[in-house]
Design a protein around this ligand. Structure first.
Ligand code: NAD
Ligand code: LMR
Length: 325
């Protein structure tokens, strides 16, 4: 068996974790020969419910699941971990925007950022809980873990964008590549169709319908989370868990030549984004948990306007939480 991995999941009794934990435990993401030690973190009020999740994990008899531990405090939960999935936080309801969650969810990431100092030297932390970019910014600023170990999820948006483009073009989703979600995981994100490709050709040429790309594709992807909430009465869960696994998989697998993936990471000033801001970029990885922003992608003035709107929204969110940074 390979070297074991310790994986912490916060919000472990919640609906995203109800999909995420089982797929992590099954060996799907870290390898069929790699023992997984699960550190499940919850608030004290739901530890009974978490016991039930632990029972079900046990009942799956996953050969890769070496240990299940339950915690109601982050300091213990993050001790010695190699990977953190920070999911635990309140979801929005119908009619709300994700940014409205900052005041209630932001403070969670102060303590959890500090608790990450107890993790293993190689720890990586990805944030799902909304508003994901700014929660990640808070965790990163409260932690001694290097900034480049933190990322927030844009992958659900990328997957949504790819599926919409594939359906419109009438091709399998695997034919869509180079999809970028710039900026914030919000309804101001910019899903970039100008640089996306379908079967290696520019997506805009293949689809050949600029009005659809601007007026249907972009709002559909931007508003998909709200559409799921309206239809389901609860926010996306299985698709969010799947995207979280795709996100980590893209960081631990070499990026195929010529392609990239989207995640929100700490800007080093690429594309004139304020250094230190968590921003959705196109990335490549060598597969060691590292990432590099793909630079020099062209953008029309129209696209840059969308990009700037998302950037300005993230600046506003940063201002709202400045006391937590
Ligand atoms: P949920 O309410 O079902 O579960 C959240 C869990 O977090 C609850 O069990 C709650 O007890 C727990 N929790 C709350 N505070 C905690 C803390 N301080 N420490 C540990 N656990 C804590 O919600 P969900 O549907 O699983 O969604 C979780 C979050 O993920 C929400 O903020 C939601 O908006 C967000 N989300 C993000 C994306 C994305 O693409 N980034 C996608 C879907 C959902
Ligand atoms: C999503 O995009 O589905 C999640 O961020 C949940 C939400 O609030 O929309």
């Amino acid at each position: 068996m390979a070297v074991p991995i310790r994986v912490a999941v916060s919000g472990a009794a919640g609906q995203i974790s109800y999909s995420l934990l089982f797929r992590i435990a099954s060996g799907e993401i870290f390898g069929a020969d790699r023992p997984v030690h699960l550190h499940m973190l919850e608030i004290p009020q739901v530890m009974d419910k978490l016991e039930g999740v632990a029972m079900e994990l046990t009942d799956c008899a996953f050969p890769t699941l070496a240990e299940i531990k339950m915690f109601d405090n982050a300091d213990e939960a993050f001790d010695g971990i190699n990977q953190a999935f920070l999911v635990g936080s309140r979801p929005r309801g119908p009619g709300m925007e994700r940014a409205e969650l900052i005041k209630v969810n932001g403070p969670i990431f102060v303590g959890q950022g500090k608790a990450l100092n107890r993790a293993a030297d190689d720890v990586r932390c990805m944030v799902v809980g909304n508003p994901a970019n700014t929660n990640c910014l808070i965790a990163m600023n409260n932690s001694d873990v290097p900034n480049d170990r933190f990322s927030a999820m844009m992958r659900l948006d990328e997957n949504r964008a790819k599926s919409q483009l594939a359906a419109k073009a009438g091709v399998p989703v695997a034919d869509v590549s180079n999809a970028t979600i710039w900026g914030n995981h919000s309804n101001n994100q910019y899903p970039d169709f100008e640089n996306a490709k379908i079967d290696g050709k520019p997506a805009a040429e293949v689809i050949n319908d600029e009005a659809w790309l601007r007026d249907t594709f972009i709002p559909t992807v931007q508003e998909r989370g709200a559409a799921v909430i309206k239809a389901r009465g609860a926010s996306s869960a299985a698709s969010a868990a799947s995207a979280a696994l795709d996100h980590v998989n893209s960081l631990i697998t070499p990026t195929p030549a010529g392609d990239w993936f989207s995640a929100s990471v700490c800007s080093n000033g690429e594309y004139d984004v304020d250094p230190g801001l968590m921003f959705g970029f196109p990335l490549t990885s060598t597969g060691n948990g590292d990432w590099k922003v793909v630079e020099g992608l062209p953008m029309s003035d129209w696209a840059r306007g969308k990009f700037e709107a998302s950037l300005n929204e993230l600046r506003t969110e940063r201002e709202v939480v400045k006391d937590l940074l």
